[in-house]
Structures are given as C-alpha cells and as structure tokens.
Unconditional design. Structure first.
Length: 434
C-alpha cells in the first residue's frame, strides 16, 4: 500500500524483517519440540536460539538463485547457526512456515484493527450522547420523513461498529491457527506434539486437519469481515457527505485554519476526508472476492492462493487501519449545526407529523383509506407550495377532518416531543443502562 494511506505500526507487520522473524521463531520452537522428543540433539536446538539469525538482503540474494523463499531463508539461517542447522525444518514443509506465519501476521493486524474500532466507537459514543436530544428530520429515500435526533443517528452507527468488532474478534479467532503437519498434512515425518508446542508458543490454536495448507475458508471469512467493516465505514462516510451538502449543511468535516478546498474556487469546503474513505472502502471490499476464490485449491495444495495473499494481506489491513483511524478523527471533529437541523425540519410546514394525524383519524372512527385520503390531500397542498403553507392550518380548515378531530386534538398531533419519548430507551439498548 502506498505511504499516503499507511500507518507505520501496521506496515511493520508486513515488513520482511517481521516476516522472517516469525519464520525464525517457528523453526526454533519446532526444533525445541523435536529435541524434547529426542529426534534432534538438544545442543542443536540451543544453537538455533544462540546463534540463529538472518539477513534480508542475503535471503533475497539466495532466492534469486534458488527461486524458493523458504529455502533461501533456511540457507541464510544455516550461515548463522552453523552445522547444527541441519536439524532445522525436520519433517516440515514450506507451508508449515508460510501459513503459520500468515496466521501470526493476521492476528497482529487484527489486534491493531480492534484498537482502531475502539477509537471509532469511543468517538461515536461521545458525540451521540452530546447530541442525544439534538432534533433533526429523519429521511427515507432522501426525503423528509419523521423527526429523530442526531444522537439516535450516531447510535445506529455505534451499534453497527460494535457488531463489526464482535465479528472481527470471531474472525481473528478463526484465522489464528497453526499447522506444522508436514507434506500433505499427515504428520508422517513430524509428531503432532511439535505443532501443539509451536502453536502454544505463538498464541495460536492447532489446525484440526490440514491438507498441506491451512484451509482457506478461514482466511476468506477474515477478509470478508474486513469487507463488511469497510462497508460500515462507507455508510457513515456517505451520511456525513450528504449532511455536508450545501442545501442541507447540518454537519460538516472540520475545516482547519489554512486549509484550502479548491484550486479554483476559494469558497469551497469539500467533504474530502469522507469521500476518501468511500474510495478506500471500495478498495477493501474489492479484495474479498479473491480471498473467497482462494478457498478452492487443488487436492492437498497448490499455490494459486499465494500471490493473492501476498498482496491483499498487507493492502487490505493497511488500508482499513488507515481508514478507521481517519474515520475516528472525522467523527471526533465533526462540526454539527443544530439550528440548521431544526430549520431544515421545519421547511415543509409540519408534513413530518402526517402519520400522527392519520392514526388519530383512524382512532376517531375514520377508515384507514379515508384517513389517508384526507391527510394526503392537505399534505400535497403544502408540498406543492414548498412549505409556504402549513399542514395544521389546512387540516383545521378541512370540514371532513374537523368532523372527526377537534382543533385542540389536531394541535396535539404536532407536538415534537412525541417523537422523542423513546430516545432514552434506544440509548439504553445500544449503550447499556449506565
């Protein structure tokens, strides 16, 4: 991933140094376990730890000749360890190293992403409580519907990202598996206890049954989960982008001193961060299909998955890490305009209360079809007058309506607090009683 959308902590996970360090630990722990079984000398296992090391440039040099990355690594390791290196990699196959390493890297990445999600959740919670009773119009199909609060809107996103966190915890657990089972996964040349030892040392679970690779349904679920998280990033970004439209302007991204919005138009304040997040979310989701297609490998193994994972592993985790932290910053600094929310809600002359009048008429004995007709014929006059008329006045002047409801009853239907009576219930469901 390009530096523009990268953070050092995540990119370090995918560096050659970290990858080869994990390979080294896998081989060293496996050699320890072999020594405990009496298969290799204990002095040899000790030598791997005492003198073991690797040189990235040297590994690259060897790989250019041998065309095999694990062999290149083992050759470099042997140059450090000496003669005892002949006991390293006993009964193992390359996938034992590669797949177990990928499991470690993905769990490391998941831990960072979980912390990122915590930052997003904290920002959403803070702003939701800040605007718990900041009234705004709710929209369906982009059209004014009924009143809600901006706090409730943010609570919906909080609940969604909390579900995403739970999904990622499950996906992390699913992908955190170790396979040290040898060629075609039968343990013919290596004891299963070696796998268990390495798994414990690396904080992984053993793979119950591997072919020669860890089953790729695990990885598909991991990347699919990241794709879902990216979709939530886009949904929140899209909401902010719509709210920042000039005609709406109920909220906008923070515009810092000295910031420029357009090279041509000095007045512009564009939602560039959330537009960027929308694009990054598309990129993350685009990598889910290749991860799904990696599940179907030939027989006990092939390497058609390998090239894909070498790219999407770093790219997706680095991109999503950057996106989540950018999103947390956007929410934290989001500029919110309660007065504009109220003004927008009042633009349509009380049409947002139409359902209450409809229900009141049915309670008063009017058929639902008849009540709908009565309310709609007055509502359409307000709509077509673009808010220069108001619904309550028209309803009071409609003889069929006032035959069923008094003016006092009609006025009660336009009470804004009616729509807010369960806000606390929603907040308790989302955030808990405390």
């Amino acid at each position: 991933m390009i530096p523009r959308y990268s953070r050092p902590e995540m990119t370090e996970i995918w560096s050659p140094e970290n990858r080869f360090r994990i390979w080294y630990e896998i081989e060293a722990h496996a050699t320890d376990a072999q020594a405990e079984l009496g298969i290799v000398p204990k002095d040899a296992a000790k030598a791997v730890w005492d003198r073991g090391g690797f040189d990235v440039d040297r590994i690259d040099e060897i790989e250019r000749e041998v065309k095999h990355d694990v062999i290149a690594f083992l050759t470099s390791l042997a140059e450090h360890v000496g003669d005892e290196a002949r006991f390293v990699h006993q009964g193992m196959t390359s996938s034992d190293v590669l797949d177990t390493c990928l499991a470690v890297q993905l769990t490391q990445a998941a831990d960072i992403l979980l912390a990122d999600l915590d930052a997003v959740l904290a920002a959403l919670k803070k702003r939701a409580f800040e605007h718990r009773m900041t009234v705004k119009v709710g929209r369906s199909h982009g059209i004014h519907a009924e009143p809600t609060t901006f706090g409730v809107t943010l609570a919906t996103f909080y609940a969604e990202f909390e579900r995403n966190r739970e999904r990622l915890v499950a996906a992390r657990k699913d992908v955190a598996t170790c396979a040290i089972s040898g060629a075609v996964g039968t343990f013919a040349n290596i004891d299963p206890s070696v796998e268990a030892h390495v798994a414990k040392k690396l904080g992984l679970e053993i793979e119950p049954v591997s072919t020669q690779v860890i089953p790729r349904d695990r990885h598909a679920m991991f990347f699919a989960t990241l794709g879902v998280i990216a979709s939530s990033v886009e949904r929140l970004s899209t909401e902010i982008r719509h709210l920042q439209r000039t005609e709406v302007l109920e909220a906008e991204e923070y515009f810092s001193p000295g910031q420029k919005g357009s090279s041509a138009m000095p007045h512009k304040r564009n939602p560039v961060l959330t537009e960027n997040l929308t694009g990054l979310a598309r990129y993350v989701r685009a990598q889910v299909i290749p991860a799904m297609e990696n599940v179907a490998l030939w027989h006990e193994r092939d390497i058609s998955h390998s090239s894909v994972e070498r790219m999407i592993g770093p790219d997706v985790t680095v991109t999503l890490d950057f996106a989540l932290m950018r999103l947390a910053g956007v929410v934290e600094k989001l500029v919110i305009y309660p007065e504009r929310m109220k003004a927008n809600m009042d633009r349509l002359g009380g049409l947002i209360h139409s359902q209450r009048v409809l229900l009141a008429l049915t309670q008063a004995g009017v058929s639902r079809e008849g009540a709908y007709r009565l309310v709609q014929r007055n509502a359409m006059q307000v709509w077509e007058a673009n808010g220069s008329k108001d619904l309550l006045t028209l309803l009071k002047g409609d003889a069929e309506v006032t035959a069923a409801l008094t003016e006092t009853q009609l006025e009660a239907m336009f009470d804004l607090d009616y729509h807010l009576k369960h806000v606390d219930t929603i907040f308790e469901r989302v955030f808990g009683a405390n």
